[in-house]
Design a protein around this ligand. Sequence first.
Ligand SMILES: NC(=O)c1ccc[n+]([C@@H]2O[C@H](COP(=O)([O-])OP(=O)(O)OC[C@H]3O[C@@H](n4cnc5c(N)ncnc54)[C@H](OP(=O)(O)O)[C@@H]3O)[C@@H](O)[C@H]2O)c1
Length: 318
Amino acid sequence: MFKLLSEYTSLEKLSLFLLTIFVLKFTSALIRLIYYNAIAPFLNTHIDFRSTGKWAVVTGSTDGIGKAYAEQLAKMGMAIVLISRTESKLEHTAKYIRNTYGVETKIIIADFTEEGSALYSRITKELDGMDIGVLINNAGQCYPHPEYFLNFTRDDPVLDNIVKCNILSVINMCRIVMPGMVKKRRGVIVNIGSASAPCPCPLLTVYGSSKKFVEKFSEDLGTEYKRFGIIIQCVMPGYVVTKMSKIEKPSWIAPTPEKYVQSALTTTGVEALTTGYFPHTLLINLILFMKSISPSGTSKVMMIGMQKYRNKGLKKKL
Ligand SMILES: NC(=O)c1ccc[n+]([C@@H]2O[C@H](COP(=O)([O-])OP(=O)(O)OC[C@H]3O[C@@H](n4cnc5c(N)ncnc54)[C@H](OP(=O)(O)O)[C@@H]3O)[C@@H](O)[C@H]2O)c1
């Protein structure tokens, strides 16, 4: 019934090889799904965030994924420093967190697209002397809609703002918070990347590249500072229902920020690099598998998809 390997044609051998890779990847993803969703919550394996320090600092904490992180950490008993641009949203979220979870809050108004180092000097002063155990580098900006690189003129701030908000803020917030963590040899940093980093993402080229930076930065910084007891994780979400994604209805592939962050938090301290959410892991692996078979074909398919999003975005602008 079974043939010897030598009896297969080259094409059959290649197909068998690819099928084996797919089955192994799928099985490992399935085992992780069962572990993180059905076993880990009962074993309580994720980090005791509270033991890292009194305060958690969350950037971009008044909406979406950042707000969900702030809430979940407050629920665990951490005091929260909320950082973002809009004072009214900061005050509203801080009040909600204080009243709901009974923890202390502090707000810092900051726009990470600001020029110069004055912003970070001010944040350093505001955080001086605080026992910070957790930093969630979440604030990020994206294109208003997928667009060709050269369609952004030099005067258009979109691309520069992405670099300042998605890259420079991550570097500078780590510089501010990490010395305290090194001193007490404890701390957790979660940098929010994106599935657009490992996957082809044409028409969001600068955004995807900025998130690739976040991935590499987290990985290497994590290796450098592991011996100081600091855990550094890069979480790379696929679509989540937020203002940035413009997705309004939750589905199995695009969860609410609350559901997404609940899942992502169970991976902190376990996985250094993760999508944080099993359906996103499946999707990324499928795209990467397609890419390993046909890099140009996969890029073409992604380009067609992004062009559709671009057309939709342009129509909405009219
Ligand atoms: N949603 C997704 O599908 C998705 C997928 C992959 C990765 N991500 C990443 O997840 C992170 C959060 O995204 P989200 O979807 O939750 O976004 P969101 O719902 O639009 O929330 C963004 C938050 O960041 C703050 N913010 C925006 N620009 C800022 C700036 N220049 N300086 C300081 N704060 C700023 C906003 O508050 P103010 O407006 O008051 O400043 C808000 O609190 C981002 O890094 C994003 O790249 C999201």
